[in-house]
Design a protein around this ligand. Structure first.
Ligand SMILES: NC(=O)c1ccc[n+]([C@@H]2O[C@H](COP(=O)([O-])OP(=O)(O)OC[C@H]3O[C@@H](n4cnc5c(N)ncnc54)[C@H](OP(=O)(O)O)[C@@H]3O)[C@@H](O)[C@H]2O)c1
Length: 235
């Protein structure tokens, strides 16, 4: 069987690192996105253990870095099997809607939403070249309309709600011509990472589980959905 190739964005720590390790343990070659080479220590350690992990320079807000990556993948592998849009930031905290600065929203959207657009526009054509594959957008339960609460993370929630919309729109765009390219969004739960903070009850490995499950769905699996704990989660 030919080796599957995945790109994971924001792979150098937290949930992205756990996703990278779990996919690599299943024999997937992971091109692990890291925007600063000096932050790749944990990824280098996975590679040293013999796992098929390669660090690649990838900033989701830099289309130039993505174009170079896409070109390299096309030359080396002829296409891509899995794209995990994991990189994300949470820049606003507990504050009133009226306190949110437009700059904070702009900066959040740049990574969380435009980053997903950039990666999908430049890397999904490589999945199309193979005719089958998986795209997983890492979302959050905080972005579900039914879970919106007053005065909390307006920029973060709005950016991820837009990622949810983009998940469905991309899935619908691909489903006729490419029924074996499955595009889904995942909620990892509240995870103990730099973003989630030390009080979060889940480990990065637990947060990665549904993401990896979606990345390795069979060809007749679902597309255009939001999942948590391997089950459909309400938008
Ligand atoms: N932790 C939670 O409780 C939780 C809950 C729901 C959803 N999520 C989502 O899960 C994903 C991963 O979060 P995490 O908790 O693992 O966060 P984290 O530990 O803060 O890691 C975030 C990762 O994203 C990378 N990143 C940020 N901006 C980037 C950019 N412009 N280009 C490329 N990489 C960039 C970071 O790279 P650097 O090291 O270079 O900064 C880092 O690797 C995010 O999308 C987050 O919204 C997390």
């Amino acid at each position: 069987m030919t080796e599957k190739v995945a790109v994971v964005t924001g792979a150098n720590r937290g949930i992205g690192l756990a996703v990278t390790q779990q996919l690599a343990q299943q024999g997937v070659r992971v091109l692990a996105g890291c925007r600063a080479a000096e932050r790749a220590t944990a990824l280098d350690a996975l590679a040293k253990q013999g796992l098929p992990v390669e660090v690649v320079a990838l900033a989701v807000d830099d289309r130039g870095s993505l174009e170079a990556l896409a070109e390299g993948i096309r030359t080396r592998f002829g296409g891509l099997d899995i794209l995990i849009n994991n990189a994300g930031v949470a820049l606003d905290h507990w504050q009133s809607f009226f306190e949110l600065s437009p700059d904070c929203l702009r900066e959040t959207l740049e990574t969380n939403l435009l980053g997903v657009l950039n990666c999908c526009q430049l890397l999904v054509p490589l999945i199309q070249a193979k005719g089958a594959g998986r795209v997983v957008n890492v979302s959050t339960e905080l972005a579900s309309m039914s879970e919106m609460a007053m005065g909390s993370t307006v920029a973060y929630r709005s950016s991820k709600a837009a990622v949810n919309a983009m998940t469905v729109l991309l899935a619908r765009e691909l489903e006729k011509e490419y029924p074996q390219i499955l595009v889904n969004a995942a909620c990892p739960g509240w995870v103990n990472t730099e973003l989630g903070g030390p009080d979060a009850p889940r480990t990065p490995d637990e947060g990665a589980d549904t993401i990896v499950w979606l990345a390795t769905l069979p060809d007749d699996g679902p597309s255009g959905g939001l999942y948590r704990d391997r089950a459909v989660y309400p938008w």
